[in-house]
Design a protein around this ligand. Structure first.
Ligand SMILES: [Zn+2]
Length: 150
């Protein structure tokens, strides 16, 4: 089964979506470390496949932010609503884009959750696919994810 999900900057992405998902982050030990593209979010412990890893939190975007749709931390939570994740409490903002990600986004009731696509080992960096629109505007030709810099 597939469901539409809002990606960064309005790109709608289709993601495989198991029927049963627990939309409550497990308190995994995560840490912000230097990565190949600035800072990144890493796990200090094993994360089983399918786990809800963390919620991407923010404040409601302003009408101006929604209209311009430019900020790197803006995230659509429905067709008309958006949050700005550029706040200190939003640890998930450190998760980098990857073209071969180990996590994916799932939106439920206008809240954004990050799920493990596979089992993630201690010391691995977390990543998800930011979507085509974000990629084209901010990363095209300069993506430094593990896949592109191989
Ligand atoms: Zn890439």
């Amino acid at each position: 089964m597939c469901s539409p999900h809002a990606g960064r900057m309005g790109r709608k992405i289709m993601v495989s979506f198991p029927m049963k998902r627990r939309f409550a982050p497990v308190p995994f030990r995560l840490t912000v470390l230097r990565s190949h593209s600035g800072r990144g979010l890493f796990t200090q412990e094993r994360i089983p496949k399918g786990s809800c890893v963390i919620e991407y939190i923010g404040r409601p975007a302003t009408a101006k932010q929604i209209k311009e749709n430019r900020g790197k931390y803006l995230f659509w939570t429905s067709d008309t609503s958006m949050i700005d994740g550029n706040i200190p409490a939003n640890t998930a903002r450190f998760i980098n884009h990857s073209c071969a990600p180990n996590c994916e986004i799932s939106i439920r009731k206008r809240r954004i959750y990050i799920f493990a696509l596979r089992t993630i080992q201690p010391g691995e960096e977390l990543s998800y696919d930011y979507g085509e629109e974000y990629f084209d505007i901010h990363l095209a030709g300069s993506c430094r994810c593990a896949k592109c810099s191989r």
